[in-house]
Ligand binder design. Structure first.
Ligand SMILES: NC(=O)c1ccc[n+]([C@@H]2O[C@H](COP(=O)([O-])OP(=O)(O)OC[C@H]3O[C@@H](n4cnc5c(N)ncnc54)[C@H](O)[C@@H]3O)[C@@H](O)[C@H]2O)c1
Length: 262
């Protein structure tokens, strides 16, 4: 896919020029700045999100500077039929070079209080939508012999947090899929990797009742003694999305200030 006529001059930091990116949950706390950085690196970003407020904030952040290369589609990722329809019509306009499976919901309560339906509702957004986006993007990537799939997981998968059973379940599934897809798709020039964020002060963190205490807890566990910022995630995603990362696949990169080291 080729897109030209950019308003802003993309940097040459990574080779994302004219890559068409499908990015779920792109309007969220981490997605917002990452979208901007991908646009800056020359990509065309299709953002799927269902939050009006977050979409407004993404529009404001990326604004007029990159308007010609940002497409925001308000879509509920849990609505399987409608998601497939939306993807089909986006694919009619052009294939995706890069898929970022990032959207997530993260309810928090003890395991005994979750119903099976609640577990399933989390998997629908955090995992099933990733399956659908990847499956629909795959044929064109395979035909072109180039593709990047990036799953956004979480260091909660390594243990250490209570009351997040369905969320951790979903991140475990994405971690497994990262490896399974990497093994299967490598022969077609498609890499599949995961970015595993540590603790970033976005909406995701509001599940913790005492912000100051939680910030202290975070800094105690990190090797790097500052809070993470969205551009820490953006840099890792832009690298994995680039040509330069073509020999990296099946990996999970923890972007967490050195909290988890494995
Ligand atoms: N922020 C952190 O500290 C942290 C830590 C570990 C992992 N992560 C992971 O990073 C990713 C991004 O997290 P974030 O901090 O930006 O969270 P966020 O809540 O700010 O962003 C998530 C986005 O997904 C969208 N979304 C949720 N459900 C949707 C649905 N049904 N349909 C369409 N869009 C939907 C939301 O509207 C939101 O814009 C997630 O996968 C999260 O699990 C974040």
């Amino acid at each position: 896919m080729t897109m030209t006529g950019t308003v802003a001059q993309p940097s040459d930091r990574f080779s994302l020029r004219d890559r068409r990116v499908l990015y779920t949950g792109a309007a969220g706390g981490l997605g917002n700045d990452t979208t901007r950085e991908m646009l800056r690196d020359g990509a065309y970003v299709i953002a799927l999100d269902n939050s009006r407020d977050n979409i407004r904030s993404l529009e404001a952040n990326c604004g007029s500077e990159y308007r010609d290369r940002l497409r925001i589609v308000r879509q509920d990722l849990a609505d399987e039929a409608s998601l497939k329809q939306t993807l089909a019509s986006l694919l009619d306009e052009g294939s995706f070079d890069i898929v970022i499976n990032n959207a997530a919901i993260y309810p928090s309560k003890p395991f005994e209080d979750y119903t099976l339906e609640e577990h399933r509702a989390v998997q629908a957004v955090n995992v099933d939508a990733a399956l659908i986006c990847t499956a629909m993007a795959l044929p064109a990537m395979r035909a072109r012999k180039w593709g990047r799939i990036i799953n956004v997981t979480s260091i909660t998968y390594y243990g250490g947090w209570e009351n997040l059973s369905p969320y951790v379940q979903s991140k475990g599934a994405l971690t497994g899929l990262t490896r399974a897809w990497a093994r299967e798709f490598g022969k077609w020039g498609i890499t599949v990797n995961a970015i595993s964020p540590g603790a970033f002060p976005t909406d995701a963190e509001k599940i913790h009742p005492n912000p100051e205490e939680y910030a202290r807890f975070v800094l105690e566990h990190q090797a790097v003694k500052r809070r993470g910022i969205a551009s820490d995630i953006a840099s890792a995603i832009c690298f994995l999305a680039s040509d330069e990362a073509g020999f990296v696949t099946g990996q999970t990169i923890n972007v967490d200030g050195g909290w988890v080291m494995k």
